[in-house]
Design a protein around this ligand. Structure first.
Ligand SMILES: Cc1cc2nc3c(=O)[nH]c(=O)nc-3n(C[C@H](O)[C@H](O)[C@H](O)COP(=O)(O)O)c2cc1C
Length: 451
Protein backbone atom coordinates (compact mmCIF):
# COMPACT_ATOMS: atom_id res chain seq x y z
CA UNK A 1 0.00 0.00 0.00
CA UNK A 2 1.43 3.35 -0.89
CA UNK A 3 0.84 5.79 1.93
CA UNK A 4 -1.85 8.43 1.61
CA UNK A 5 -0.90 12.09 1.65
CA UNK A 6 -0.12 13.35 5.10
CA UNK A 7 -3.47 15.03 5.63
CA UNK A 8 -5.07 11.57 5.69
CA UNK A 9 -3.86 11.12 9.22
CA UNK A 10 -2.58 14.51 10.32
CA UNK A 11 -5.29 17.01 11.06
CA UNK A 12 -2.58 19.45 12.11
CA UNK A 13 -2.06 20.34 8.49
CA UNK A 14 -5.06 22.62 8.69
CA UNK A 15 -3.15 24.97 10.94
CA UNK A 16 -2.22 28.16 9.15
CA UNK A 17 1.22 28.25 7.58
CA UNK A 18 3.60 31.12 8.04
CA UNK A 19 1.90 33.26 5.42
CA UNK A 20 -1.55 32.96 6.96
CA UNK A 21 -3.54 36.08 7.55
CA UNK A 22 -7.12 36.62 8.52
CA UNK A 23 -9.89 38.97 7.68
CA UNK A 24 -12.95 39.78 9.67
CA UNK A 25 -16.24 38.03 9.57
CA UNK A 26 -17.97 41.32 9.69
CA UNK A 27 -15.60 43.36 7.65
CA UNK A 28 -18.09 45.72 6.08
CA UNK A 29 -18.83 45.41 2.40
CA UNK A 30 -19.78 48.47 0.37
CA UNK A 31 -20.97 48.33 -3.22
CA UNK A 32 -20.03 44.66 -3.47
CA UNK A 33 -16.40 45.32 -2.53
CA UNK A 34 -14.73 44.63 0.80
CA UNK A 35 -13.74 47.75 2.70
CA UNK A 36 -10.64 47.60 4.88
CA UNK A 37 -11.61 48.24 8.47
CA UNK A 38 -10.30 51.72 9.27
CA UNK A 39 -8.52 52.54 12.47
CA UNK A 40 -7.67 56.20 12.91
CA UNK A 41 -10.99 57.72 13.91
CA UNK A 42 -9.47 61.08 14.80
CA UNK A 43 -11.46 63.99 16.16
CA UNK A 44 -11.70 62.57 19.71
CA UNK A 45 -13.27 64.81 22.30
CA UNK A 46 -13.48 64.67 26.08
CA UNK A 47 -17.25 64.33 25.61
CA UNK A 48 -16.89 61.15 23.59
CA UNK A 49 -18.41 58.09 25.26
CA UNK A 50 -17.34 54.49 25.04
CA UNK A 51 -18.69 51.04 25.83
CA UNK A 52 -17.36 47.48 25.89
CA UNK A 53 -17.17 45.62 22.59
CA UNK A 54 -19.96 43.08 22.08
CA UNK A 55 -18.97 40.26 21.89
CA UNK A 56 -15.85 40.80 23.94
CA UNK A 57 -13.75 37.65 24.25
CA UNK A 58 -10.30 38.18 25.77
CA UNK A 59 -7.53 35.59 25.55
CA UNK A 60 -4.44 35.31 27.75
CA UNK A 61 -1.35 33.52 26.47
CA UNK A 62 2.18 32.86 27.68
CA UNK A 63 4.65 34.11 25.10
CA UNK A 64 8.39 33.52 25.03
CA UNK A 65 10.51 36.67 25.07
CA UNK A 66 14.30 37.12 25.32
CA UNK A 67 15.44 37.37 28.97
CA UNK A 68 17.04 40.84 28.92
CA UNK A 69 18.91 40.56 32.23
CA UNK A 70 20.51 37.29 31.06
CA UNK A 71 21.30 38.94 27.72
CA UNK A 72 23.12 41.78 29.54
CA UNK A 73 25.20 39.13 31.30
CA UNK A 74 26.07 37.75 27.87
CA UNK A 75 23.73 34.74 28.05
CA UNK A 76 20.92 34.01 25.58
CA UNK A 77 17.86 32.84 27.50
CA UNK A 78 14.12 32.93 27.02
CA UNK A 79 11.65 34.14 29.57
CA UNK A 80 7.88 33.92 29.35
CA UNK A 81 5.48 36.81 29.66
CA UNK A 82 1.70 36.94 29.61
CA UNK A 83 0.00 38.62 26.68
CA UNK A 84 -3.67 39.49 26.40
CA UNK A 85 -5.72 40.11 23.29
CA UNK A 86 -9.29 40.80 22.32
CA UNK A 87 -10.57 38.21 19.84
CA UNK A 88 -12.25 40.43 17.30
CA UNK A 89 -14.83 38.98 14.86
CA UNK A 90 -14.91 42.31 13.01
CA UNK A 91 -11.20 42.49 12.19
CA UNK A 92 -10.84 38.68 12.20
CA UNK A 93 -7.72 38.84 14.32
CA UNK A 94 -6.41 39.23 17.84
CA UNK A 95 -6.10 42.84 19.00
CA UNK A 96 -3.26 43.12 21.56
CA UNK A 97 -4.19 44.54 24.98
CA UNK A 98 -1.99 45.94 27.74
CA UNK A 99 -2.73 45.17 31.39
CA UNK A 100 -4.12 48.72 31.82
CA UNK A 101 -6.39 48.18 28.83
CA UNK A 102 -7.67 44.87 30.23
CA UNK A 103 -8.57 46.81 33.37
CA UNK A 104 -10.42 49.47 31.37
CA UNK A 105 -12.42 46.86 29.45
CA UNK A 106 -13.32 45.02 32.65
CA UNK A 107 -14.78 48.26 34.03
CA UNK A 108 -17.07 48.96 31.04
CA UNK A 109 -20.64 47.92 30.34
CA UNK A 110 -21.57 46.76 26.82
CA UNK A 111 -25.06 48.29 27.20
CA UNK A 112 -24.25 51.70 28.69
CA UNK A 113 -22.08 54.53 27.40
CA UNK A 114 -19.28 55.83 29.65
CA UNK A 115 -17.75 59.33 29.18
CA UNK A 116 -14.09 58.97 28.20
CA UNK A 117 -13.00 61.52 30.81
CA UNK A 118 -14.71 59.54 33.62
CA UNK A 119 -13.10 56.28 32.51
CA UNK A 120 -9.65 57.87 32.31
CA UNK A 121 -10.05 59.42 35.76
CA UNK A 122 -11.38 56.28 37.45
CA UNK A 123 -8.55 54.15 35.99
CA UNK A 124 -5.92 56.88 36.65
CA UNK A 125 -4.91 56.82 32.99
CA UNK A 126 -4.27 59.62 30.48
CA UNK A 127 -7.19 60.33 28.17
CA UNK A 128 -4.86 59.58 25.25
CA UNK A 129 -4.74 55.94 26.39
CA UNK A 130 -8.53 55.65 26.08
CA UNK A 131 -8.50 57.44 22.71
CA UNK A 132 -5.88 55.00 21.50
CA UNK A 133 -8.16 52.12 22.58
CA UNK A 134 -10.92 53.68 20.48
CA UNK A 135 -8.56 53.94 17.49
CA UNK A 136 -7.56 50.29 17.83
CA UNK A 137 -11.22 49.23 18.16
CA UNK A 138 -10.66 47.75 21.61
CA UNK A 139 -13.81 49.58 22.68
CA UNK A 140 -16.78 51.05 20.80
CA UNK A 141 -17.27 54.80 20.79
CA UNK A 142 -20.35 56.92 20.09
CA UNK A 143 -18.35 59.05 17.62
CA UNK A 144 -19.96 59.71 14.25
CA UNK A 145 -16.82 59.14 12.15
CA UNK A 146 -17.02 56.30 9.57
CA UNK A 147 -14.86 53.77 11.44
CA UNK A 148 -16.77 54.12 14.72
CA UNK A 149 -20.09 53.93 12.88
CA UNK A 150 -19.01 50.84 10.92
CA UNK A 151 -17.92 49.08 14.09
CA UNK A 152 -21.22 49.75 15.84
CA UNK A 153 -23.18 48.66 12.78
CA UNK A 154 -21.13 45.50 12.39
CA UNK A 155 -21.78 44.53 16.01
CA UNK A 156 -25.49 45.27 15.62
CA UNK A 157 -25.69 43.10 12.48
CA UNK A 158 -23.80 40.30 14.22
CA UNK A 159 -26.44 40.38 16.94
CA UNK A 160 -29.44 40.67 14.63
CA UNK A 161 -28.36 37.81 12.36
CA UNK A 162 -28.14 35.61 15.44
CA UNK A 163 -24.46 34.59 15.45
CA UNK A 164 -23.40 32.88 18.64
CA UNK A 165 -20.49 35.00 19.96
CA UNK A 166 -18.09 32.04 20.27
CA UNK A 167 -18.95 30.82 16.77
CA UNK A 168 -18.55 34.31 15.31
CA UNK A 169 -15.10 34.65 16.83
CA UNK A 170 -14.07 31.13 15.83
CA UNK A 171 -15.31 31.56 12.26
CA UNK A 172 -13.62 34.93 11.79
CA UNK A 173 -10.31 33.93 13.34
CA UNK A 174 -10.09 30.66 11.43
CA UNK A 175 -10.53 32.37 8.05
CA UNK A 176 -7.58 32.10 5.66
CA UNK A 177 -6.35 34.64 3.20
CA UNK A 178 -3.30 34.16 0.99
CA UNK A 179 -2.28 30.95 2.76
CA UNK A 180 0.01 28.81 0.65
CA UNK A 181 0.78 25.30 1.86
CA UNK A 182 3.54 23.08 0.62
CA UNK A 183 1.29 20.20 -0.51
CA UNK A 184 1.71 20.96 -4.22
CA UNK A 185 5.50 20.98 -4.09
CA UNK A 186 6.44 18.50 -1.35
CA UNK A 187 7.75 15.03 -2.19
CA UNK A 188 4.90 12.50 -2.23
CA UNK A 189 7.09 9.42 -2.62
CA UNK A 190 6.06 6.72 -0.14
CA UNK A 191 9.38 6.82 1.72
CA UNK A 192 9.24 10.60 2.18
CA UNK A 193 5.71 10.35 3.58
CA UNK A 194 6.67 7.60 6.00
CA UNK A 195 9.60 9.70 7.21
CA UNK A 196 7.39 12.75 7.73
CA UNK A 197 4.89 10.70 9.73
CA UNK A 198 7.66 9.19 11.83
CA UNK A 199 9.10 12.62 12.58
CA UNK A 200 5.62 13.69 13.61
CA UNK A 201 5.30 10.65 15.90
CA UNK A 202 8.66 11.39 17.49
CA UNK A 203 7.34 14.82 18.52
CA UNK A 204 3.77 13.91 19.40
CA UNK A 205 3.83 10.23 20.37
CA UNK A 206 2.09 7.28 18.75
CA UNK A 207 -1.10 7.67 16.74
CA UNK A 208 -4.01 6.33 18.85
CA UNK A 209 -4.96 2.84 17.58
CA UNK A 210 -7.03 2.58 14.40
CA UNK A 211 -9.74 0.31 15.86
CA UNK A 212 -11.13 1.29 19.22
CA UNK A 213 -12.23 -1.21 21.82
CA UNK A 214 -13.96 -0.63 25.18
CA UNK A 215 -12.35 -2.74 27.89
CA UNK A 216 -15.34 -2.13 30.18
CA UNK A 217 -17.90 -3.76 27.82
CA UNK A 218 -20.35 -6.00 29.71
CA UNK A 219 -20.63 -8.48 26.86
CA UNK A 220 -19.97 -8.79 23.11
CA UNK A 221 -22.64 -9.94 20.65
CA UNK A 222 -21.48 -11.54 17.41
CA UNK A 223 -23.46 -10.04 14.51
CA UNK A 224 -24.52 -12.05 11.45
CA UNK A 225 -22.16 -11.58 8.48
CA UNK A 226 -23.33 -8.72 6.30
CA UNK A 227 -22.84 -9.09 2.54
CA UNK A 228 -22.00 -5.69 1.18
CA UNK A 229 -21.69 -6.15 -2.57
CA UNK A 230 -24.99 -5.04 -4.09
CA UNK A 231 -25.04 -2.08 -6.52
CA UNK A 232 -25.51 0.53 -3.80
CA UNK A 233 -22.79 -1.00 -1.64
CA UNK A 234 -20.43 -0.98 -4.61
CA UNK A 235 -20.97 2.75 -5.11
CA UNK A 236 -20.24 3.33 -1.44
CA UNK A 237 -17.13 1.14 -1.57
CA UNK A 238 -15.86 2.87 -4.69
CA UNK A 239 -16.00 6.30 -3.11
CA UNK A 240 -12.55 7.68 -2.60
CA UNK A 241 -10.67 10.94 -2.75
CA UNK A 242 -9.14 11.52 -6.19
CA UNK A 243 -6.02 13.64 -6.66
CA UNK A 244 -4.99 12.61 -10.19
CA UNK A 245 -7.12 13.97 -13.03
CA UNK A 246 -6.86 13.61 -16.82
CA UNK A 247 -5.57 16.85 -18.33
CA UNK A 248 -7.35 18.04 -21.48
CA UNK A 249 -10.30 15.67 -21.00
CA UNK A 250 -13.37 17.81 -20.33
CA UNK A 251 -16.07 16.63 -17.97
CA UNK A 252 -19.30 15.85 -19.89
CA UNK A 253 -21.95 18.42 -19.00
CA UNK A 254 -24.49 15.69 -18.20
CA UNK A 255 -22.22 14.37 -15.42
CA UNK A 256 -21.66 17.81 -13.94
CA UNK A 257 -25.37 18.58 -14.09
CA UNK A 258 -26.23 15.34 -12.34
CA UNK A 259 -23.77 16.11 -9.54
CA UNK A 260 -25.11 19.62 -9.02
CA UNK A 261 -28.77 18.61 -9.15
CA UNK A 262 -28.25 15.40 -7.18
CA UNK A 263 -26.35 17.18 -4.40
CA UNK A 264 -27.67 20.74 -4.25
CA UNK A 265 -30.98 20.46 -6.15
CA UNK A 266 -34.38 20.78 -4.47
CA UNK A 267 -36.20 17.44 -4.43
CA UNK A 268 -39.20 18.96 -2.66
CA UNK A 269 -40.44 22.03 -0.82
CA UNK A 270 -42.80 22.40 2.11
CA UNK A 271 -44.37 25.57 3.43
CA UNK A 272 -44.02 25.29 7.20
CA UNK A 273 -45.82 28.56 7.88
CA UNK A 274 -46.69 31.48 5.60
CA UNK A 275 -43.44 32.65 3.97
CA UNK A 276 -41.38 29.91 5.58
CA UNK A 277 -40.37 27.22 3.14
CA UNK A 278 -38.21 24.21 3.86
CA UNK A 279 -36.57 22.33 1.02
CA UNK A 280 -35.58 18.72 0.76
CA UNK A 281 -32.30 17.69 -0.77
CA UNK A 282 -30.80 14.23 -0.99
CA UNK A 283 -28.78 15.05 2.17
CA UNK A 284 -30.20 15.92 5.59
CA UNK A 285 -30.01 19.47 6.94
CA UNK A 286 -30.58 20.86 10.43
CA UNK A 287 -34.11 22.28 10.57
CA UNK A 288 -34.66 21.50 6.86
CA UNK A 289 -33.18 24.92 6.16
CA UNK A 290 -30.44 23.91 3.71
CA UNK A 291 -28.39 27.06 4.11
CA UNK A 292 -25.56 25.89 1.82
CA UNK A 293 -25.29 27.30 -1.70
CA UNK A 294 -23.09 25.88 -4.44
CA UNK A 295 -20.61 28.15 -6.23
CA UNK A 296 -18.88 26.21 -9.06
CA UNK A 297 -15.51 27.32 -10.40
CA UNK A 298 -15.61 25.70 -13.83
CA UNK A 299 -12.27 24.93 -15.45
CA UNK A 300 -13.08 22.34 -18.10
CA UNK A 301 -16.70 21.22 -18.45
CA UNK A 302 -18.12 20.53 -21.90
CA UNK A 303 -20.33 23.35 -23.15
CA UNK A 304 -19.65 25.68 -20.21
CA UNK A 305 -17.60 28.85 -20.35
CA UNK A 306 -14.90 28.56 -17.66
CA UNK A 307 -15.41 30.85 -14.67
CA UNK A 308 -17.25 31.32 -11.40
CA UNK A 309 -20.96 30.47 -11.23
CA UNK A 310 -23.77 30.23 -8.70
CA UNK A 311 -26.01 27.18 -9.01
CA UNK A 312 -29.69 28.09 -8.75
CA UNK A 313 -31.70 25.06 -7.60
CA UNK A 314 -34.96 26.97 -8.07
CA UNK A 315 -34.54 26.87 -11.86
CA UNK A 316 -31.68 24.39 -12.25
CA UNK A 317 -29.62 27.12 -13.89
CA UNK A 318 -26.03 28.25 -13.54
CA UNK A 319 -25.67 32.01 -13.08
CA UNK A 320 -22.31 33.16 -14.50
CA UNK A 321 -20.67 35.56 -12.04
CA UNK A 322 -17.22 35.89 -13.59
CA UNK A 323 -15.83 34.56 -16.82
CA UNK A 324 -12.23 33.29 -16.34
CA UNK A 325 -10.30 31.48 -19.10
CA UNK A 326 -9.45 27.87 -18.32
CA UNK A 327 -5.74 28.24 -17.43
CA UNK A 328 -6.17 31.28 -15.17
CA UNK A 329 -9.15 29.47 -13.62
CA UNK A 330 -6.82 26.56 -12.76
CA UNK A 331 -4.26 28.95 -11.29
CA UNK A 332 -7.01 30.57 -9.27
CA UNK A 333 -8.20 27.13 -8.12
CA UNK A 334 -4.69 26.25 -6.90
CA UNK A 335 -4.40 29.56 -5.05
CA UNK A 336 -7.83 29.29 -3.44
CA UNK A 337 -7.02 25.71 -2.35
CA UNK A 338 -3.79 26.90 -0.65
CA UNK A 339 -1.50 25.51 -3.35
CA UNK A 340 -2.99 22.00 -3.62
CA UNK A 341 -2.09 21.95 -7.31
CA UNK A 342 -3.29 18.36 -7.83
CA UNK A 343 -6.87 19.47 -7.09
CA UNK A 344 -6.55 22.32 -9.61
CA UNK A 345 -6.35 19.67 -12.40
CA UNK A 346 -9.99 18.71 -11.77
CA UNK A 347 -12.71 19.88 -14.18
CA UNK A 348 -14.57 21.98 -11.63
CA UNK A 349 -14.59 22.96 -7.98
CA UNK A 350 -17.80 23.59 -6.08
CA UNK A 351 -17.46 25.92 -3.09
CA UNK A 352 -19.96 25.46 -0.25
CA UNK A 353 -21.19 28.82 1.02
CA UNK A 354 -23.59 28.86 3.98
CA UNK A 355 -26.30 31.50 4.18
CA UNK A 356 -25.89 32.09 7.90
CA UNK A 357 -28.75 34.58 8.03
CA UNK A 358 -31.23 31.90 6.82
CA UNK A 359 -29.90 29.27 9.21
CA UNK A 360 -29.51 31.48 12.28
CA UNK A 361 -32.92 33.05 11.69
CA UNK A 362 -34.18 29.90 13.39
CA UNK A 363 -31.19 28.95 15.54
CA UNK A 364 -30.44 32.35 17.08
CA UNK A 365 -27.27 32.58 19.19
CA UNK A 366 -27.58 28.81 19.47
CA UNK A 367 -24.44 27.08 20.78
CA UNK A 368 -24.85 24.22 18.25
CA UNK A 369 -25.86 26.28 15.21
CA UNK A 370 -22.44 26.79 13.63
CA UNK A 371 -21.57 23.13 14.17
CA UNK A 372 -24.80 22.15 12.37
CA UNK A 373 -23.83 24.30 9.37
CA UNK A 374 -20.45 22.54 9.11
CA UNK A 375 -22.18 19.15 9.38
CA UNK A 376 -24.54 20.11 6.52
CA UNK A 377 -21.53 20.76 4.31
CA UNK A 378 -20.08 17.35 5.19
CA UNK A 379 -23.33 15.61 4.26
CA UNK A 380 -23.52 17.41 0.92
CA UNK A 381 -19.93 16.47 0.21
CA UNK A 382 -20.61 12.79 0.80
CA UNK A 383 -23.56 12.91 -1.58
CA UNK A 384 -21.38 14.66 -4.17
CA UNK A 385 -18.71 11.98 -3.69
CA UNK A 386 -21.24 9.16 -4.13
CA UNK A 387 -22.77 10.65 -7.27
CA UNK A 388 -19.25 10.94 -8.69
CA UNK A 389 -18.40 7.36 -7.67
CA UNK A 390 -21.56 6.07 -9.33
CA UNK A 391 -20.35 7.58 -12.64
CA UNK A 392 -16.72 6.48 -12.07
CA UNK A 393 -15.64 10.11 -11.77
CA UNK A 394 -12.98 11.45 -9.42
CA UNK A 395 -14.09 13.68 -6.56
CA UNK A 396 -12.64 15.31 -3.46
CA UNK A 397 -13.53 17.55 -0.54
CA UNK A 398 -11.22 20.02 1.13
CA UNK A 399 -11.50 22.34 4.09
CA UNK A 400 -8.00 23.73 3.49
CA UNK A 401 -9.10 26.72 1.46
CA UNK A 402 -8.47 30.46 1.43
CA UNK A 403 -12.06 31.11 2.40
CA UNK A 404 -11.57 34.86 2.87
CA UNK A 405 -10.21 35.16 -0.68
CA UNK A 406 -13.13 33.11 -2.03
CA UNK A 407 -15.54 35.38 -0.19
CA UNK A 408 -13.95 38.50 -1.68
CA UNK A 409 -13.77 37.08 -5.18
CA UNK A 410 -17.48 36.26 -5.04
CA UNK A 411 -18.36 39.63 -3.47
CA UNK A 412 -20.06 37.88 -0.55
CA UNK A 413 -21.15 39.61 2.62
CA UNK A 414 -18.96 37.78 5.16
CA UNK A 415 -21.47 38.40 7.93
CA UNK A 416 -24.32 36.64 6.14
CA UNK A 417 -22.45 34.22 3.88
CA UNK A 418 -19.79 31.87 5.23
CA UNK A 419 -17.46 30.02 2.87
CA UNK A 420 -17.08 26.55 4.42
CA UNK A 421 -15.27 24.08 2.12
CA UNK A 422 -15.01 22.88 -1.48
CA UNK A 423 -15.77 19.76 -3.48
CA UNK A 424 -14.18 19.04 -6.83
CA UNK A 425 -14.84 16.65 -9.69
CA UNK A 426 -13.01 15.52 -12.81
CA UNK A 427 -12.04 12.59 -15.01
CA UNK A 428 -9.71 10.20 -13.14
CA UNK A 429 -6.18 9.64 -14.42
CA UNK A 430 -5.84 5.91 -13.67
CA UNK A 431 -2.16 5.91 -14.63
CA UNK A 432 -1.21 7.64 -11.39
CA UNK A 433 -1.87 6.61 -7.83
CA UNK A 434 0.83 8.21 -5.70
CA UNK A 435 -1.43 10.73 -4.02
CA UNK A 436 -4.22 8.30 -3.21
CA UNK A 437 -5.04 6.29 -0.13
CA UNK A 438 -4.83 2.67 -1.32
CA UNK A 439 -6.01 0.53 1.58
CA UNK A 440 -5.94 -3.27 1.64
CA UNK A 441 -9.49 -4.68 1.77
CA UNK A 442 -10.63 -5.38 5.31
CA UNK A 443 -13.34 -7.64 6.70
CA UNK A 444 -14.13 -7.92 10.43
CA UNK A 445 -12.59 -10.93 12.16
CA UNK A 446 -12.95 -12.13 15.74
CA UNK A 447 -9.20 -12.27 16.43
CA UNK A 448 -8.97 -8.55 15.68
CA UNK A 449 -10.24 -8.01 19.24
CA UNK A 450 -6.64 -8.14 20.29
CA UNK A 451 -5.54 -5.15 18.21
C1 LIG B 1 -13.28 17.68 6.29
C2 LIG B 1 -12.30 17.09 5.29
C3 LIG B 1 -11.26 17.86 4.85
C4 LIG B 1 -10.36 17.36 3.93
N1 LIG B 1 -9.36 18.17 3.47
C5 LIG B 1 -8.49 17.69 2.55
C6 LIG B 1 -7.48 18.52 2.03
O1 LIG B 1 -7.34 19.66 2.40
N2 LIG B 1 -6.65 18.02 1.09
C7 LIG B 1 -6.76 16.74 0.64
O2 LIG B 1 -5.97 16.33 -0.21
N3 LIG B 1 -7.73 15.91 1.12
C8 LIG B 1 -8.59 16.37 2.05
N4 LIG B 1 -9.58 15.56 2.54
C9 LIG B 1 -9.68 14.16 2.04
C10 LIG B 1 -9.09 13.18 3.03
O3 LIG B 1 -7.70 13.29 3.06
C11 LIG B 1 -9.51 11.78 2.61
O4 LIG B 1 -10.90 11.68 2.77
C12 LIG B 1 -8.80 10.71 3.44
O5 LIG B 1 -7.44 10.66 3.11
C13 LIG B 1 -9.41 9.33 3.21
O6 LIG B 1 -9.27 8.96 1.85
P1 LIG B 1 -10.53 8.55 0.99
O7 LIG B 1 -11.44 9.76 0.91
O8 LIG B 1 -9.96 8.19 -0.36
O9 LIG B 1 -11.20 7.41 1.68
C14 LIG B 1 -10.50 16.02 3.45
C15 LIG B 1 -11.57 15.25 3.90
C16 LIG B 1 -12.48 15.78 4.80
C17 LIG B 1 -13.65 14.93 5.24
Amino acid sequence: MSPAPDHASMPGRFHPGPVASHAGLLEPVAGGKAVAAGTGMGGHTRRMRIRRRNPCLVEFEDVLVPDLSALLRGRARLDSSISASLLCPVAGRKLPLSADEVGVIASLSADRWHPVADVAESRALPIATIHSMVDRQLVCSDGDDPAATRLREAEARLESIGWHPHAAVYHALSGWQGVSGEEGSRCHAAIAQVERLQRHASSHGRLPSHFHRRDDALDRVRLPPEPFDDDFARVLRNRRTTRHFRKGVPLPLAHFTRLLHGTFGAMGTETLAPGMVAIRRTSPSGGGLHPIEAYPLVMDVEGLQPGFYHYEPATHMLALLESIPSNPARELAATLLIGQTYFAQASALVFHVARIDRHHWKYRRHPKAYKAVLLDSGHLSQTFHLLAAERALGAFYTAAINDVDVSRRLHLDPLREAVIAANGVGVIDHRQNELHLNPEPYAPRPDALAC
